[in-house]
Design a binder for this molecule. Structure first.
Ligand code: SAH
Length: 528
């Protein structure tokens, strides 16, 4: 290298994801004024027009430190040098190596020119998934011990941050990404919307939207970036976006409803009975929409009721109102769980506002006098349980767990829980300190023999459940508790004034048909 004139200059230049349009004018200016260019072949190719005829050094990709040293030595000799990285040179790239190699007594000038990093170039191809807080994580363990990467993934998941995975998978490093996806799903739902982007803003680039749970079946490479949303990330047309937060965060916006048939019977379900009702009604001709509160409920409804439209996910009152109104719903059939009082109250109110007939279907209580201790609510059950048992089995669902394990005296007891196999519920149980060998995650209901074997092996001395009716497996719990000789505490159903209520499938179908014939109005008129 020849000796340059005056003070040397080191430009740390970012050249963006690929195409020339994404290189900042200042980057072009610094490249033009540099005599020496140091960078990886591929990136140099993109900036060819501005570096032609200059002294060019491109050691292989793996020799990064060598590249940084080369650039610094040239600057020390008084030359004007550009050290080039793709994306942003300060993000998983060369800038920090240059600072490490620099000495305190170096006198050459330094400029850092920012650029469009993979996080925002890839996000832009997907929509706006990074509109709220997000983290980036490089899965390359060349620069960082693998345990740290896992640990960071765990924190990202726990904070439900949207995140961007760089250096996703290489030929030598194939398993790490699947492990990280698994860790993220300890807290994030498998339904979380994500994007996989390969070669953003380069020829042959590709961007696809997926659900987090699907990513483990894909393969990636080092030209790929994965963008993972948070639990509010939504889809609009072919895009995904994460809301800024200018709305009620306690009630996430639901998925946009599917194409809704006009004039349908709406069955609010999530129970086996509800699905059976929907199936029977659809078989008689009218269009039927099944609305299930969870993704899992939706899956079951889709599998068990042919010919109906299923809308699943946590839907707030307002989106629900709009969907019912726009699709001219003709009947609201509320077959939600007997303990889901809040949703029932909401549906009664919507029926009143929109003048749609409302019918409650509720399976009969299976409580037999003398066979169980009836409790008013979860707090009442918790108070009694800690007096009656030491190894207490909760078949009450995940929502009330906290009431039990935080109740006075709870610390003296061991808690065993049964949950539906949903990652969010499992995480909640673990976060509340339930030991993993005390958690059973399996979709019920279960035969009495199963309950008996389980409780016997766990040496359960008290069982708490809800008055969920026979379809919820209540009778099997009662029988098993009686055989084992342990007290059974049952939380009674919340009291709701239903305008009109039926208890059997046949009766429900007759009532529904009668209400359809009568048209709008009866729900309101029959309110006491
Ligand atoms: N300094 C670069 C990152 C270098 S690490 C930047 O700021 O973007 C290399 C990783 O970046 C790749 O493995 C890939 O995950 C991501 N990446 C860089 N450019 C990309 C592009 N055009 N499309 C998709 N991913 C890209």
């Amino acid at each position: 290298m020849s000796q340059g004139e005056g003070t040397g200059r080191l430009h740390l230049v970012s050249v963006g994801p690929g195409l020339a349009q994404f290189i900042l004018p200042q980057a072009i200016e610094t490249l033009r004024e540099s005599e020496v260019i140091v960078g990886y072949e591929l990136y140099l190719h993109w900036i060819r027009p501005w570096i032609e005829g200059k002294e060019i050094h491109s050691p292989p990709l793996t020799r990064e430190r060598e590249r940084a040293r080369l650039a610094i030595e040239a600057a020390r000799l008084g030359r004007r040098v550009a050290l080039v990285s793709s994306g942003d040179i300060g993000i998983y790239a060369m800038a920090s190596l240059a600072f490490e190699e620099m000495r305190e007594d170096d006198t050459f000038d330094v400029t850092v020119v920012p650029g469009v990093t993979a996080a925002n170039s890839c996000a832009s191809l997907l929509g706006a998934p990074l509109s709220h807080d997000f983290a980036t994580l490089s899965l390359s363990d060349l620069m960082c011990p693998w345990e740290w990467i896992e640990q960071r993934a765990r924190h990202i998941g726990a904070a439900d941050l949207a995140c961007v995975l760089y250096n996703v998978q290489s030929q030598a490093r194939t398993d790490g990404v699947y492990r990280v996806l698994e860790i993220l799903q300890e807290h994030k739902s498998p339904d979380t919307l994500c994007g996989v982007v390969r070669n953003a803003y380069r020829p042959g680039g590709q961007a696809d939207v997926h659900r987090l749970g699907e990513l483990s079946s894909l393969t990636f490479d080092m030209l790929t970036t994965i963008v993972i949303g948070n639990r509010f990330t939504r889809r609009r047309r072919r895009w995904i976006y994460t809301p800024r937060g200018y709305h009620d965060w306690s009630e996430p916006e639901p998925e946009a409803p599917p194409d809704l048939p006009s004039g349908a019977i709406w069955v609010f379900s999530g129970t086996r009975d509800g699905n059976e009702l929907a199936r029977e009604l659809a078989a008689r001709g009218p269009p039927v929409v099944v609305s299930a509160a969870s993704g899992y409920g939706g899956e079951v409804a889709r599998a068990s009721c042919g010919g109906v439209t299923v809308w699943s996910g946590r839907q707030g009152m307002e989106p629900r109102r709009q969907a019912l109104e726009r699709s001219h719903a003709r009947l609201i059939l509320d077959a939600t769980h007997p303990h889901a009082a809040q949703i029932s109250a909401q549906l009664i109110e919507l029926a009143r506002q929109l003048d749609i007939p409302y019918l409650r279907f509720e399976r009969p209580s299976a409580l037999e006098p003398g066979c169980a201790i009836v409790c008013d609510d979860a707090a009442d059950a918790a108070r009694r349980a800690v007096r009656m048992g030491k190894r207490i089995f909760l078949a009450t669902g995940s929502k009330d767990l906290e009431t039990f394990v935080r109740s006075p005296g709870a610390a003296q007891c061991e808690w065993f829980v049964r949950l539906t196999p949903d990652p969010e519920r499992l995480s909640r149980a673990i976060a509340l300190g339930i030991p993993r060998d005390h958690i059973l995650a399996m979709q019920g209901p279960f035969p009495a023999e199963f309950n008996l074997a389980l409780w016997r092996s766990q040496r359960i001395d008290c069982v708490v459940t809800k008055d969920s009716g026979d379809a919820g497996g209540y009778g099997e719990k009662q029988r098993a508790a009686a055989e084992l000789g342990v007290p059974l505490l049952v939380i009674r159903r919340p009291h709701v004034e239903y305008p009109r209520q039926v208890a059997g499938i046949e009766e429900a179908i007759q009532a529904a048909e009668e209400m359809l014939r009568a048209g709008p109005g009866p729900a309101r008129e029959s309110v006491p």
